[in-house]
Structures are given as structure tokens and as C-alpha cells.
Design a protein around this ligand. Sequence first.
Ligand code: BV8
Length: 263
Amino acid sequence: MRIIDDGDTLPAMDALTIPTDLVSAVKTARHIAVLTGAGVSAESGVPTFRDAQTGLWARYSPEELATPQAFRRNPRLVWEWYEWRRRLVAQAQPNPAHLALVQLEQIVPRLTLITQNVDGLHRRAGSRNVVELHGSITRTICFDDRQVVESWADTGDVPPRCPRCGGLLRPDVVWFGESLPPDALQTAFAAAEQCDLFFSVGTSTVVQPAASLPFTALQAGVPVVEINPQETPLTPYARWTLTGPAGKVLPALLRHVTSEGKI
Ligand code: BV8
């Protein structure tokens, strides 16, 4: 079932466009797993990874900056890129997609929200059970001992130095070539295998191992819903494909799920 957003006016999200069997599946699910990507934060003004970088960063690709090698090569450049993103994220507000997922968590018996995003917007929106696969730009760690550092002296060093060991500070995110937090990964794959319904929202389904999660659900016989304005490698396998921005599609889905009486 496809909803086509012509980019101007989304078709009125009536019973014809939100599939009734999807509404029923949400209402009867005991455990829903949701994987989100950068597209969920796009309507908060946070650029996605596939969007062109703006300004100073236009000549770099995220894959060139978000690696330990890039940090070793030019720690100032990488630190300043994250400072720019931190400021961007601090000014961003959760959008209706984030808020719809908070509402979903409140009305289904169990929801596992798995995010690739590092912007912290799901938690700021009020989601409680958030699995951060790629860490969070809002936390800082020591490059050497990887312990979280809450505060540091402003010595003018860029990047600043760890107050414990003098190592360089870095964002607490998973860079390309780095392993994901084992607990988060284990929780995410267990949820994909055990849930009754799997949503993949706002992700290009490219970055591994996160991109394997919806396919893990499919292999376990779990129906998958994809919400994205564009097609992705997952689209041909999804039971439902809702083509449009998450900030419009998810609230419309929740309106249908809640308007026909309680779950
Ligand atoms: C690892 C933190 C072990 C940093 C990020 C297996 C096969 C192939 C490659 C690999 C593999 N295993 C490992 C790799 C290498 C690599 C990888 O996957 N490379 C890719 C490029 C092929 N993976 C890793 O290195 C991972 N580590 O596996 O460790 C290992 C180690 C060494 C060698 C082998 C294995 C670590 C990956 C984590 C990297 N860190 N983030 C930071 O943010 O600075 S990933 C980064 O990309 C972000 O977290 C982002 O969320 C994520 C994924 O991208 P998306 O979220 O999907 O965003 P994207 O921009 O791509 O797409 C946005 C989508 O939204 C689009 O589809 C668009 O249409 C849609 N959209 C737009 N607007 C809206 C919308 N949708 C809804 N509503 C809208 N309004």
C-alpha cells in the first residue's frame, strides 16, 4: 500500500490512505519495534547524512569526517564539525514524527525504539525506551579511555583535553569502522526477532549493521512497515510502504489508531 506525497499537499490521510489492516496490526501488536534514521530528524531542521553538507562542510562527506582516522589526522576539524552539529541540534526541536512515537510508546504494551540518530531528539521528545545504536552527540568521551567526560577546563585547546588522562576529547558517537555498543546491538536484534510489527522510518537502509535489522525481522516472519519519501533497498520487502515525510505520516497513522477506540 503506497501513499504518495506529491510534495505539496499530502493526500488527506483518511481511511483510504492509511491501510486499515496496518491500523489493525498496530492495535493488536503486543510488541512493536521501530528503527529510525536521520530522516526522522529532517523536519526538525537537522540535515540527513545523504543531504548535501552545507557551507564549510560542503567539501567533506560524513564518511570522511565520522571516522577515527579522520580524527587522528585532523582532530580540530572533526571536533569543530561536531561542535557545529551540536549547536544545530541544540536549536532543533522534536517534530511531529518524534511526538507520534512518544504517543505510540504510551498506547502499545511494549515499544522498542531503536535509533541510528545521535541528536538525542527522541529522548527530548519524551520517548523512554530508546536504544541509541550510534551513541549521542550530546555526550563527550575521552578518545583514549572512552570514559564520559562531563566537564573540562577551557584551556583554548581544540579539541579540549581529558581532565583525567590528558587525552583528546571526542563525541560519544560510533564512527565508521568502530563497533556499535554490544548491549544496544543485542537489544536491537532481539527486538527485531521477537516483535510483532517492525517499523523502519526515515533511513536509507544503507549503514550496517543497523540496515540488517528490518531484514532480521522479515526472516523471523515479522511484517515490516517502511515510512520514507524515497524508495530504499527495503521497499520491495515491506508489507506496507507509506511514502511521505515521517512528520506527516506517523501522526496520521496514530490518529487512525487512536480514533477508533482504545487499543
Ligand atoms: C561496524 C554516528 C564493525 C556518527 C553513524 C557490512 C556491509 C557493508 C559495510 C559495512 C558492514 N559492516 C560495517 C560496514 C562499514 C560501515 C558501513 O555500514 N558503511 C556504509 C557506508 C556502507 N559500518 C560501520 O563502520 C559500523 N561499524 O559495523 O563495526 C566493523 C568495523 C569495521 C569494518 C567492518 C565492521 C558503524 C556504523 C555507524 C556509523 N556512524 N553515525 C555521526 O553521526 O557523526 S552512521 C550515520 O548514518 C548516522 O547515524 C545516520 O543515521 C546513519 C544512517 O543513515 P540514515 O539514518 O539512513 O540517514 P541517511 O541520510 O542515509 O538517509 C536519510 C533517509 O531519510 C533517506 O532515505 C531519506 O529519503 C529519508 N528522509 C528524508 N526526509 C525524510 C525522510 N524520511 C522520513 N521523513 C522525512 N521527512
